[in-house]
Ligand binder design. Structure first.
Ligand SMILES: Nc1ncnc2c1ncn2[C@@H]1O[C@H](COP(=O)(O)OP(=O)(O)O)[C@@H](O)[C@H]1O
Ligand SMILES: [Mg+2]
Length: 334
């Protein structure tokens, strides 16, 4: 592969606040620090990829508002040499933003999200004809209302979009968010048939096929993870399903091969914030796929890129070049 990677979908700004405690409703918690960074699938995953390997051509597709946060996002993407021609600005609309409340002691976070322009960015805003890449990744389902809508022919607009990209000879990939939605499985399933790769966390994978990844004691059950992978492949994912969780990453290919790579054994107090760590895992996995690495190696890289992200409060500043990643994180391998 050499034509690059396009990522479409959620573009956002994160206001990352570290707090001393999560207050009860009506009570007060203290903000210990506050900063602004980029957020969302498009912005996080692309900036991570750019930092890993600046030679890969990268393209952003999505919607923003005509506000200062929109200027900020475009500026950061351009600083990373990411093509922003596919970004549409909607007059009078906000750029999506998230208040990320991170508990200082544990790094656990709670999100308050404003969908902003991601609410209106739609199929007709995506300039399919301009796509000249090897890989197309889209995320997140459940945060892009016009793509979650029903489509008579394909089931959902997201599925229609993925089908169109695949018909152009481009391999497709999708990510989701963990939300409560009665129709979770119904909304995801039509897209699976048009995904080459499906890279999600354990909660999202479970919800996709209505099977919990956890055993009776509440910990991840690998037998269930395997079953979930099989069901997702049966539902139509063409090449590979990848599931990540704090424990590590699993992958199953269309030939039924199943792999696991454990998360790194990180020093105490290493984790500053988990925001963007899933996107960083995705970036590592997409990198491995793009570079045609063996699956096990790609999973290991993905666990390392997730670890990079955990080293900083924001989504992208912990990311490093692929050579640095291999030399620094190799020693934390289990
Ligand atoms: N304590 C941890 N140790 C190792 N990896 C972690 C840890 N916490 C989070 N991660 C990584 O970050 C991922 C979080 O992804 P996800 O829940 O999708 O969040 P998001 O996409 O919002 O960043 C996990 O699946 C795992 O890969
Ligand atoms: Mg995620």
């Amino acid at each position: 592969m050499e034509k690059g990677i396009a990522i479409a979908g959620t573009i956002a700004v994160d206001y990352i606040k570290t707090i001393d405690q999560y207050p009860e409703k009506g009570m007060l918690g203290n903000i210990l620090s506050s900063s602004r960074g980029v957020g969302g699938c498009v912005t996080n995953t692309l900036c991570d990829l750019a930092k890993m390997d600046p030679t890969i051509p990268l393209y952003a597709y999505g919607g923003i508002g005509d506000d200062e946060n929109g200027d900020f996002v475009v500026r950061v993407l351009k600083e990373h040499d990411i093509n922003t021609d596919g970004i549409v600005r909607f007059p009078g609309e906000m750029t999506a933003f998230t208040d990320v409340m991170t508990l200082v002691a544990t790094g656990e976070r709670t999100f308050f999200n404003a969908k902003g322009a991601n609410k209106i960015y739609s199929y007709s805003d995506l300039d399919f004809d301009s796509l000249e890449v090897d890989l197309f990744h889209i995320g997140y389902a459940f945060l892009m209302d016009p793509f979650d809508r029903e489509d008579e022919e394909y089931g959902t607009v997201m599925a229609r979009a993925l089908a169109r990209v695949q018909s152009m000879g481009i391999r497709t990939s999708m990510d989701l968010v963990s939300v409560e939605n009665e129709r979770y499985s119904e909304i995801v399933k039509p897209s699976l048939r048009y995904c080459n790769y499906f890279i999600v966390n354990e909660i999202e994978a479970g919800k996709t096929v209505n099977l919990s990844p956890y055993g009776p004691d509440g910990s991840i059950d690998e037998v269930r993870i395997r079953k979930i992978c099989e069901l997702i492949l049966e539902a139509g994912v063409k090449d590979m399903v990848v599931i990540h969780a704090p424990l590590g990453g699993w992958a199953m290919t269309n030939t039924g091969e199943f792999y696991f790579a454990p998360s790194l054994k990180l020093p105490q107090n290493y984790i500053k914030g988990t925001v963007g760590a899933g996107d960083a895992f995705c970036a590592g996995m997409l990198y491995g796929i793009y570079k045609e690495m063996p699956v096990k190696e790609a999973l290991e890289i993905a666990c390392m890129t997730a670890a990079c992200s955990l080293s900083e409060y924001d989504s992208i500043s912990g990311m490093k070049t692929i050579d640095e990643i291999k030399s620094i994180y190799g020693k934390f391998r289990v």
